[in-house]
Design a protein around this ligand. Sequence first.
Ligand code: GNR
Ligand code: NI
Length: 176
Amino acid sequence: MSLRHIITLPDPKLRLVSKPLERIDAALTKLIDDMIHTMHDAPGIGLAAIQIAEPIRLLVVDVARKEDPPAPQVFVNPEILWRSDERSIYEEGCLSIPEYYAEVERPASIRVRALDRDGVSREVLADGLLATVLQHEIDHLDGVLFIDHISKLKRDRVIKKFQKASKRSGEGSHVL
Ligand code: GNR
Ligand code: NI
């Protein structure tokens, strides 16, 4: 298993709309294992493929408590079939926006259909933290970040901070 580099703001790839997967083959299974490894190492409770620069509709989550054994779940081509009217608020963070946290309001429960790592279609009724993380990850597949759900003032401030940091370190100097 390999650890993969997680891209961060202001990498423009984070704004791509990821493409559906046509098949689950050995290369994809390897990528899934690398994503789970990368998520656990970070550590994070979710990771979308675009965060490792792969623009495909694949995400992994693991909301097991620290004292319990790891319980990664894989979602290929996920679709949200239903959202509750009830909302809940969580403080969110993102491995692609390091060390920034903000409260986001989202539907409290959702029903999601996706293929699992064996290509079997499954439906999951998620609530609590799992519902929030799945919505955060599915947003990534559409180029949406959690800061798009906060005020424009806060969002612009965060984006500016990461643009400045990237210019200072020179890593963004090749970016338009
Ligand atoms: O590790 C993560 N924690 C988290 C906390 C609250 C809401 C969403 C998340 S997802 C995040 C990892 C990440 O960036 N996934 O895309
Ligand atoms: Ni994220």
